[in-house]
Design a protein around this ligand. Structure first.
Ligand code: ADP
Ligand code: GLC
Length: 506
């Protein structure tokens, strides 16, 4: 039986959590949401791999006594040690799985653009070890919260080999889909490692296109599912955005929710930001941004001009983010009197391509290829406009950051971008950014042209956009309140299922 206390307990199992390990927004979310649940009274704990990049000394990690025995099917039992730390600035425990052979490498998922060959075992291990950890902690979570394909198998494990487990057997499961494109699709033999029996290798559960699909397994088995915006929750039910899993999602449409991510305003706030040249507020935005713009131009070696609009991009350079349509439009964009800055890394072609553009237009275009936290903040503060032409965007955090920095975003109206940005209306001076709908270079170019025109000819409009944007608040308190409802609902569902099982003896 579930314990009756009101203090719900939730186990987060994920492949990233800022500041320990982050490649994208998933890390931001798992690094923030637990802190806000904790403030609401939750007993929330997080499990992560102890990647090499997670330095034990820096984070003051402490080795727990004992070790985990993780049943890996045909591979046999595998063991790992567990380090304990905390999400910085909180009492939320983070447990790091210490396994040299699986996690002792420089990358989280890949090296030199190649995914690790054993990512299946690395993340199945994370999923199983997360459940085994509860034994070591002598802890019975009410909910296990899985994220993306990496821990997508957890709901299936809870419904199969862990169904009668003393610690997690009663736990409800939530799967948050941060991205439908990456599904964790592996050879069928992985079933032997999962050890849940071949009968689950079927079209309604774990199998897709003759492969084991870990995300699909989660979609089919989770007590409840959510994505990170309402718009994306609708979109993934269509073939345009479902990446082949739209049917599986539609099956669960009644159990699917959309909860927009929050912004960690402790990190992303122009009034307190430690990375930017001058801090500023809505009252001082014009002066503050002018100083930050100079600093950005200086950092990237562009002419120090306050009379041209600076367009900024911070993102992974991949198809999802519209890097290809930026590449197509950039020549036309640079025919205008503008500056364009890009910070990011990803597909190798983009590194070469934009490197060449920078060499050809040193007075207008600059890029930094790589991951750079401080530059990301400088772009948010120093650019006049933030460009995010995504093909799809489950939530997107950078457009919300840019609103907070008085940097109107130029976005393709999709998923979380559509949900969080309101199109500029020149007549009423309402709206927070510039939107376009067709995912192509011409629409992007036209919209950037509109923003440039606004910069040159409509200072009142620009000032209104900045102020309107800075008033927006996407708080983690709001998001955590929605997750609180979701957890309660999932627990009720799981208890219902338990009742049903007992009654029918299954
Ligand atoms: P996604 O998770 O799809 O990459 P999000 O907008 O949700 O997109 O989150 C991206 C996060 O990663 C933001 O916090 C952003 O600032 C950060 N980021 C992305 N690329 C870089 C980079 N090259 N340098 C620094 N931060 C980056
Ligand atoms: C994914 C999505 C992004 C979202 C992030 C956090 O990486 O691509 O849109 O903001 O997850 O949920």
């Amino acid at each position: 039986m579930h314990k009756q206390s009101d203090r719900l307990s939730v186990l987060f199992s994920a492949s990233e959590a800022a500041p320990f390990a982050k490649e994208g927004g998933l890390g931001d979310v798992v690094g923030a949401l637990p802190k806000y649940l904790h403030r609401m009274g939750y007993d929330v704990r997080v499990v992560l791999p102890r990647y090499w990049s997670v330095d034990r000394e820096t984070y003051g990690l402490r080795l727990l006594p004992g070790s985990l025995v993780v049943p890996m099917g045909i591979i046999g039992e595998m063991y790992c040690g567990v380090y304990e730390g905390h999400l910085p600035g909180s009492d939320v425990p983070v447990y790091f799985l210490e396994h040299e052979a699986l996690y002792g490498r420089s990358g989280l998922y890949q090296q030199d653009g190649q995914g690790y060959m054993d990512n299946d075992n690395r993340f199945v291990f994370l999923s199983k070890a997360s459940l085994e950890l509860c034994k070591l902690l002598d802890w019975k979570p009410d909910v296990v919260h899985a994220h993306d394909w990496h821990t997508g198998i957890i709901p299936t494990l809870l419904n199969t080999s862990y169904l009668h487990d003393r610690f997690v057997g009663n736990a409800a499961s939530i799967l948050t889909i941060h991205n439908m494109q990456y599904q964790g699709s592996f050879y069928p033999g992985l079933m032997e490692v999962l050890g849940i029996g071949w009968k689950h290798f079927n079209y309604l559960e774990v199998e897709k296109d003759d492969q084991v699909n870990l995300l699909k397994a989660g979609i089919c088995h989770a007590t409840l599912i959510n994505t990170v915006s309402r718009g994306y929750a609708h979109e993934i039910q269509t073939s345009e955005y479902g990446w082949g899993l739209e049917g599986a999602v539609r099956e669960r449409a009644a159990d699917l929710y959309g909860i927009l991510n929050g912004v960690d305003y402790d990190e992303w706030n122009p009034a307190t930001d430690r990375f930017i040249a001058t801090t500023y507020s809505a009252r001082t935005v014009k002066k503050g941004k002018a100083a930050c713009k100079r600093d950005l131009q200086q950092q990237l070696g562009l002419p120090l001009r306050d009379d041209v609009p600076v367009f900024g991009v911070v993102s992974r350079m991949v198809g999802q983010k519209g890097t290809d349509i930026i590449a197509e439009a950039i020549h036309r964009i640079l025919e205008m009197d503008v500056q364009f800055v890009m910070v990011g890394n990803g597909e190798p072609w983009a590194h070469f391509y934009f490197g060449d553009i920078a060499a050809a237009h040193p007075d207008k275009f600059a890029c930094f290829i790589g991951y750079n936290e401080s530059l990301a903040h400088k772009v948010e503060a120093g650019a006049d406009f933030f460009v995010m032409p995504s093909a799809f965007e489950p939530c997107g955090l950078n457009q919300m950051y840019s609103l907070a920095y008085g940097t109107p975003p130029i976005v393709r109206a999709t998923g979380g971008l559509d949900d969080s940005v309101e199109n500029f209306n020149e007549a009423t001076l309402t709206g927070t950014g510039f939107k376009f709908w067709n995912h192509n270079a011409t629409s992007l170019f036209d919209t950037i042209g509109w923003a440039a025109w606004t910069f040159y000819n409509n200072p009142k409009g620009l000032a209104a956009l900045r102020k309107n944007g800075m008033k927006q608040r996407f708080t983690w308190e709001d998001a955590a309140a929605r997750y609180d409802e979701l957890y309660h609902l999932a627990i009720r569902r799981r208890r219902g299922a338990e009742y049903y099982r007992n009654r029918f003896g299954i």
